[in-house]
Design a protein around this ligand. Structure first.
Ligand code: SF4
Ligand code: SF4
Length: 398
């Protein structure tokens, strides 16, 4: 029997809007685009599984097709599920390393200075390129010597003074790579008289696991996270995440892709900007000093899908003195682990080129985005430092 999500392909009215919005179809002639890979292909695959098209491997699951579709077809999800069903994921050592972010983080963080030095050495990058297929032109993410959890646990007592509390899903990057955004979230919420607590345990949301075909592991993580959320929500108002892909996965991908029921907690999972903007609108806005900067804002694909861009723009516009220019809503091209793979490097760069050119032409002080993966791609390809919106909010606190 077909599940409901799979049958969304039947709503396709063949308008082709999705294909005009697909960054991969535009950059890579080998990819037929979402209409053909999604609803058209699904009709064929149901009749005969041998009609599965290998070209589906090019889809990055950016979800731009789903946002564009006027008929509500879950195109990206149809493609991911088809890849899972028909053996369309290549699950080698490279895919394992890129997707098991909890494991890699817990092994690398205690030896961060060594790992960070070694992974920047040219011979090491060449070796990773030749043996694993991780493109040597990519800059690999750095690890932090002190995880966010360990920083937070040392000062968690300061959160007891607040009557209101939220639970923070920090995600792998904030915990193992760069805790800055997590620290700034704590500062901003505390200035609004809201305390922060962490789940007793949390696992990777699963987005890199899904993107690389490790569905069973992603499902296990999802079950643990949902269990932890349910417990934590007995003591806190809601769960907040700062990473767009984590938010989208926790809210939408768990039931749709992993078949994990999140109905008990879904309405209490918020993207940080959405929660803070709602508080501001209700009058809970801290005093803010001017931040005299001119910045360009890049909207991440998964935040567009999760509907959070408007809230981030509201927050940025609430900072006195800040001039915000919104970049064209185009994909940066990295798409999590996709752009690290040697065979995707040129497509990834070609997708992002429009954004890089626009940034260079604007001559702004900083680029701003909510996504750590977009930050990596923009910093690698432009001469600009990329800040998180929460960093600017934290700077504006008096
Ligand atoms: S999810 Fe992104 S890459 Fe995949 S078909 Fe849709 S628009 Fe194209
Ligand atoms: S945008 Fe939606 S309705 Fe139009 S072709 Fe794509 S899947 Fe079909």
């Amino acid at each position: 029997m077909l599940n409901l999500i799979n049958t969304s392909f039947d709503n396709c009215i063949k308008c082709t809007v999705c294909t005009t919005r697909c960054p991969v179809a535009e950059a890579n002639p080998d990819y037929p685009g979402p209409k053909q890979a999604g609803p058209d292909g699904e009709r064929l695959r149901i009749k005969n599984p041998e009609l599965y098209d290998e070209a589906l491997k090019h889809c990055t699951n950016c979800k731009r097709c789903e946002v564009a579709c006027p008929s509500g077809v879950h195109v990206g999800t149809v493609i991911q599920l088809a890849k899972a069903k028909h053996g369309g994921f290549k699950k080698g050592p490279r895919e394992f390393m890129l997707s098991h972010t909890d494991l890699m983080g817990s092994l690398s963080s205690p030896a961060a200075p060594v790992v960070n030095t070694v992974t920047r050495l040219k011979p090491v990058k060449k070796l990773l390129d030749k043996t694993l297929g991780i493109d040597e032109r990519r800059t690999l993410p750095k690890y932090t010597g002190q995880t966010f959890r360990s920083w937070f646990n040392k000062q968690s007592g300061t959160q007891e003074q607040f009557k209101r509390k939220i639970s923070f899903f920090h995600g792998c990057f904030t915990n193992y790579n760069d805790p800055t955004v997590g620290k700034h979230l704590v500062s901003v919420l505390n200035a609004m008289n809201i305390g922060v607590s962490l789940m007793k345990k949390e696992k990777c949301c699963g987005v890199p696991l899904i993107a690389n075909g490790f569905f069973d592991k992603a499902r296990k993580n999802a079950e643990l996270n949902m269990n932890q959320f349910a417990r934590s929500l007995t003591e806190t108002e809601c769960v907040i995440a700062t990473e767009p892909s984590c938010t989208m996965t926790l809210r939408d991908e768990y039931p749709e892709v992993l078949d994990v029921d999140n109905s008990e907690v879904k309405d209490r999972i918020f993207f940080a900007s959405a929660f803070i903007a709602r508080e501001f609108a209700r009058g809970n806005q801290p005093d803010m000093k001017p931040v005299k900067l001119r910045v360009a804002y890049h909207s991440p694909c998964h935040l567009i899908k999760a509907g959070g861009v408007i809230h981030t723009m509201e927050l940025l516009n609430s900072i006195p003195g800040l001039e915000v220019i919104m970049l064209d809503q185009k994909c940066c091209g990295l798409s999590g682990t996709y752009g690290f793979k040697k065979e995707n490097y040129s497509t990834s760069q070609s997708i992002g080129q429009g954004i890089f050119d626009q940034i260079e032409a604007l001559g702004v002080d900083y680029v701003v985005t909510d996504c750590e993966s977009c930050k990596m791609q923009v910093e690698m390809n432009t001469g600009h430092t990329v800040l998180h919106p929460l960093t600017l909010l934290a700077q504006s606190l008096t």
